[in-house]
Design a protein around this ligand. Structure first.
Ligand SMILES: [Cu+2]
Length: 143
């Protein structure tokens, strides 16, 4: 929890820091996972962050609100919902980030509601395997 506090603080202190500097407050995407994703962000507030792609493939971070009946979903259920394009799994879009390999992008999230959100990278490998199946999926709470 201390790490999350430091990361959020860094974003608040240096919202306009150079995009070429990753530093604290950055979410990092690699082949295949995310680092630095806060466990909680504030609902109804804009969360600005830098999205650093340190991998060799394109990556994105797409944040979606879980539908009320799926608030307790597991990673396996999230993957299954994405695989089957089950839109009933989600109830809203809360922002996205994208970066090419080696790039750092500025991005923002804005969860409108208190609750649990799921994030995915939907890019695919050269063998057509979605990155979310390889570890680029997770949850965060808007409080
Ligand atoms: Cu990816």
């Amino acid at each position: 929890m201390a790490t999350v506090t430091v990361s959020l603080l860094a974003v608040v202190i240096a919202p306009s820091a150079s995009a070429s500097h990753t530093g604290l407050g950055a979410v990092r995407a690699f082949d295949y996972g995310f680092e630095g994703v806060p466990a909680e962000i504030e609902a109804s507030h804009r969360f600005d962050f830098k999205f650093a792609n340190v991998g060799a493939e394109f990556h994105e971070f797409v944040l979606l609100e879980l539908a009320p009946e799926h608030q307790d979903a597991t990673v396996e259920e999230a993957i299954a919902a994405a695989d089957s394009n089950d839109l009933s799994f989600i109830s809203g879009f809360a922002g996205a980030a994208f970066a090419a390999p080696g790039e750092v992008a500025k991005a923002a999230l804005r969860p409108d509601d208190v609750g649990r959100y799921v994030y995915f990278c939907f890019f695919q490998t050269a063998d057509d395997v979605p990155h979310y199946q390889l570890g680029m999926v997770g949850f965060l709470d808007a409080t």
